[in-house]
Design a protein around this ligand. Structure first.
Ligand code: B3K
Ligand code: ZN
Length: 871
């Protein structure tokens, strides 16, 4: 295995050569695929030609038609170097690769009998020697040759220009992509599929053929994805003025895939998890995720493909922006508040923890060893929050003006985050120089707000302070620009417009906006008739932690009256968090006061979106609580507190929960947003009711779990039975497995439900499930559902005896050779070992030290282990 060197963003140099055109010819065979590449190379600066290449067998090399003698070039594990080349020439390279041996799923590999590729970030170099970097843009023409019977579909990027039969049962297809692109967007697929077809006519009048390819027998489960694709195309035209630019858009679903999906030009390759969805097999959330991932990859066509990244340090240029776009797509089509809350929870439970770990990095990292390690919640989700702040500051119109300028300036180019910010700045004549710190500074800023109301002078004075804790390699932090959305209410819940402070303005969202951009700031409002209740940081208007003293009475006002739905949810979260932190500090059970009980009961009885009510009644998870404990995480106390809070809610709200459960009667075959919302709330009620009275609700849960036809219902009941340890648990688990044993994506839910349970036997359950016939260590979906779920189950993974650590260590060791990308994802919970008590810390440190000694340790793991151990 080849070790990669650490690279720095500041070391960027334009390449000495570029490649304008690449003609590829693939002769596909499982063990030995021959790849011929004919490239037109052009010099841009002096120096030798260095082409990237890994795990390739070089057959021959020609320059302008002449075979190059072996003393004219040098081949190493990672590159091919030719010292003496003309300024412009044609280079032909023939290599052989072995797709069947490729379990890392990077480059060209086999998934369930079909050939497919994954090239981002640096996978193309496992197919061909090339300038495998995103700032080299070439026009690709790809010919694929394979056995006609086994591989009836031969696909690549762009438009099909030629196809035909060859001798000996083989056939070929030639594809041409007129848009110059970097190698990471290259794709090829060959296999036997079911295909569904549709059309979309763009706003510019282009008729586009849409095709989705899935495993045989699954065509019907792809219909929803096709609808989502058409909705994405239309939304991007309407909201961003961006239309599709080829005559064909193809999506192929494969079972073996390391990530969610890949935006290859004109030929998206998807993890089947994000394409296949039917009511029988997919939950309501699965449908929502399918739509958002289909949207995400489609939106990349402009933000990523037409305008791409200059280097991989700029990854957030395309990912942060595209996540922002897919979030807005989901929000425009569904419930804005519910989607926003979902995104906020991801930030608090995952991104804040990443910021508190040795892997903390700015959304535009400065230092990378293995690029695959930087497809992170920071680059993606915090990156999207940074774009959202720009949107908040500039408003929809200003933001769209910036997007138009960005496109005018950079269409067809490979650019930087700086280019993006400059376009927004220039289109709005605004100064974003300080805002740029969000791109360079790592860590979660902490904002502390104190307020003082003076009834005599009717003034409200507010003091704000911000501070960002040090992160590895970055100790001195500067103040960042924090857009704070806020609203004020009277004690009776009437909205008050705050006045008299020039720094606070009205905002298009309905809230008021304060731009907080110094270490400290004092603002004062005049004419404030009574002591107001303030909602700060509404809609999570900046990715920061907020400390602000607020009473339960005030939170109850916001919960009952805030105009913004997200603010109501935040108020409930604050109530829960205050209760939980208090209980944790005392190592005691949570006690719900009468005031809190009444406020929550009112939510259940109010006329609110049922999906929002379900979220309001979901207290923060143990993982979301971790942000409050930078060190010596009190796991046992957290377990006691979270458990007892759920029990308190269940017992104290029994009556209204039962009423709500009875009142809501969504039909199993109804997929409308309303029915989905009602199911979410009804199942939330059922979970709490089953916690309060397991005997009374056991049968209801069992029947719901066994009734077929709607996976949301089946899955929710299964989860309740397992998590609440109901008497029906064993029967329900067995029946579910019997019913779905040959539908792997559904079996993933079965694995995940068991791996996320907080029981004393979870570790042994996971051990046993590793041996289950539906489990397969080579399939990333199986690994994520069983093992990544388990690794995120903090209360069980960190079990005192270290059994969870040993289990994961064993798996990571096996995956080091099989699939290093997946191995590196599983190592995440070990990296924060210093935040735990002495025993756990020592146990985890030992695991990391032992993993470091694995022979032929993959760079993916090496980088993370070194960062964690401070090497
Ligand atoms: N761009 C791909 C991610 C590729 C990951 C490579 N390790 C998916 C996406 O964000 O759309
Ligand atoms: Zn993306």
């Amino acid at each position: 295995m080849s070790r990669k060197a650490v690279q720095y963003r500041s070391d960027y140099r334009a390449p000495a050569f570029t490649i304008d055109q690449l003609d590829l010819h693939f002769d596909l065979s499982e063990q030995a695929t021959e790849v011929r590449g004919l490239m037109r190379v052009r010099r841009q600066a002096s120096g030798a030609l260095h082409l990237h290449g890994e795990q390739l067998q070089l057959k021959h090399l020609k320059i302008d038609g002449q075979v190059l003698a072996s003393d004219r070039y040098e081949v190493s594990d990672t590159e091919l170097r030719i010292d003496d080349v003309p300024d412009a020439f044609e280079l032909e390279i023939v290599t052989v690769v072995n797709p069947s041996a490729n379990s890392a799923l990077e480059g060209l590999y086999l998934s369930g009998g079909a050939f497919c590729t994954q090239c981002e970030a640096e996978g193309f170099r496992r197919i061909m020697y090339y300038l495998d970097r995103p700032d080299v843009l070439a026009v690709f023409t790809t010919t694929v040759v394979a056995d006609a019977q086994r591989y009836p579909f031969l696909l690549a990027n762009g438009n099909l220009i030629k196809e035909g039969q060859l001798d000996d049962g083989r056939h070929f297809a030639t594809w041409h992509d007129p848009h110059p692109k970097p190698s990471y967007l290259f794709a090829l697929v060959a296999g036997d599929f079911d295909r569904i077809e549709d059309h979309y006519t763009t706003i510019e009048g282009r008729k586009v053929k849409l095709e989705i390819f899935v495993d045989k027998g699954n065509a019907q489960r792809a219909e929803y994805a096709m609808g989502a694709l058409k909705r994405s195309m239309q939304w991007d035209e309407q909201r961003f003025g961006l239309a599709y630019d080829l005559d064909r858009y193809m999506i192929v679903a494969v079972d073996f895939f390391n990530m969610g999906a890949m935006e290859n030009k004109g030929l998206n390759i998807f993890n089947s998890k994000y394409v296949l969805a039917s009511q029988e097999t997919a939950t309501d959330w699965d449908f929502i995720h399918v739509e958002s991932v289909i949207g995400h990859e489609y939106f990349h066509n402009w933000t990523g493909n037409r305008i791409t990244c200059r280097d991989w340090f700029q990854l957030s240029l395309k990912e942060g922006l595209t996540v922002f776009r897919d979030q807005e797509f989901s929000a425009d089509l569904g419930s804005r508040a519910v989607h926003r809350i979902d995104a906020i929870r991801v930030m608090r439970s995952h991104q804040f923890n990443e910021d508190a770990s040795p892997m903390a990095h700015p959304i535009r990292p400065d230092k990378v060893q293995e690029m695959n390690n930087f497809y992170t919640v920071t680059v993606y989700n915090k990156g999207a929050e940074v774009i959202r702040m720009l949107h908040t500051l500039l408003g929809e119109q200003g933001f769209q003006a910036g997007m138009r300028l960005y496109r005018e300036r950079h269409d067809g180019q490979a650019v930087t985050c700086e280019d993006f910010v400059a376009a927004l700045e220039d289109a709005n004549q605004s100064d974003l120089s300080q805002f740029r710190r969000w791109y360079s500074q790592a860590g979660t800023p902490e904002v502390t707000i104190t307020q003082k109301y003076d009834a005599a002078t009717e003034t409200l004075e507010v003091h704000l302070r911000q501070q960002t804790p040090a992160t590895p390699g970055q100790t001195a932090k500067q103040a960042v620009v924090i857009p704070i959305l806020l609203s004020a209410y009277s004690q009776q819940g009437e909205r008050i417009e705050l006045q008299g402070e020039p720094n606070v303005v009205r905002h298009e969202s309905g809230s008021q906006l304060l731009v907080f951009d110094s270490a400290e700031m004092t603002v004062s409002f005049s004419n404030v008739k009574t002591q107001p209740v303030l909602a700060w940081l509404e809609n999570f208007s900046a990715p920061v932690k907020l400390e602000q003293p607020i009473s339960v009475e005030e939170l109850a006002v916001l919960l009952g009256h805030a105009e913004q739905e997200v603010t109501r949810w935040e108020a409930a979260q604050r109530i829960f968090i205050t209760l939980l932190r208090h209980a944790v500090a005392q190592s005691a059970q949570v006690k719900l006061s009468e005031l809190e009980r009444r406020a929550l009961q009112q939510v259940l009885e109010a006329d609110l979106d049922p999906a929002l009510v379900a979220m309001i009644l979901t207290p923060p998870s143990a993982e979301e609580l971790l942000e409050y404990y930078p060190s010596a995480i009190p796991l046992a106390a957290i377990e006691l507190a979270t458990r007892s809070l759920e029990y308190q809610l269940a017992v104290q709200l029994q009556q209204p929960l039962a009423e709500c459960f009875q009142r809501l009667q969504p039909k199993d075959d109804d997929l409308s947003a309303r029915a989905m919302a009602e199911r979410a709330l009804k199942n939330r009620c059922l979970r709490l009711l089953a916690a309060a009275q397991p005997e009374n609700f056991n049968d209801v849960v069992e029947q719901q779990a066994l009734r077929q036809g709607n996976m949301t219902q089946q899955h929710a009941a299964l989860e309740i039975a397992v998590h609440q340890q109901l008497p029906c648990k064993t029967a329900v688990l067995a029946e579910f497995a019997k019913q779905w044993q040959s539908t792997p994506l559904v079996m993933d839910k079965w694995f995940a439900v068991q791996a996320s349970a907080v029981h004393e036997h979870t570790v042994s359950d996971v051990e046993r499930l590793l041996e289950h016939e539906a489990f397969n260590l080579r399939n990333p979906n199986r690994v994520y559902s069983l093992l990544a779920t388990f690794a995120r189950n903090s209360l069980r993974f960190h079990q005192q005896d270290g059994a969870g650590y040993q289990l994961l260590q064993r798996i990571i060791t096996q995956l080091n050779t099989l699939n290093p990308q997946v191995a590196a994802r599983l190592i995440t919970p070990f990296l924060q070992y210093k935040r735990f008590d002495e025993t756990r810390c020592a146990n985890m440190q030992k695991v990391l030290e032992e993993l470091k000694e694995i022979p032929q340790l993959a760079t993916d793991l090496e980088e993370k282990i070194n960062l964690a151990l401070g090497i």
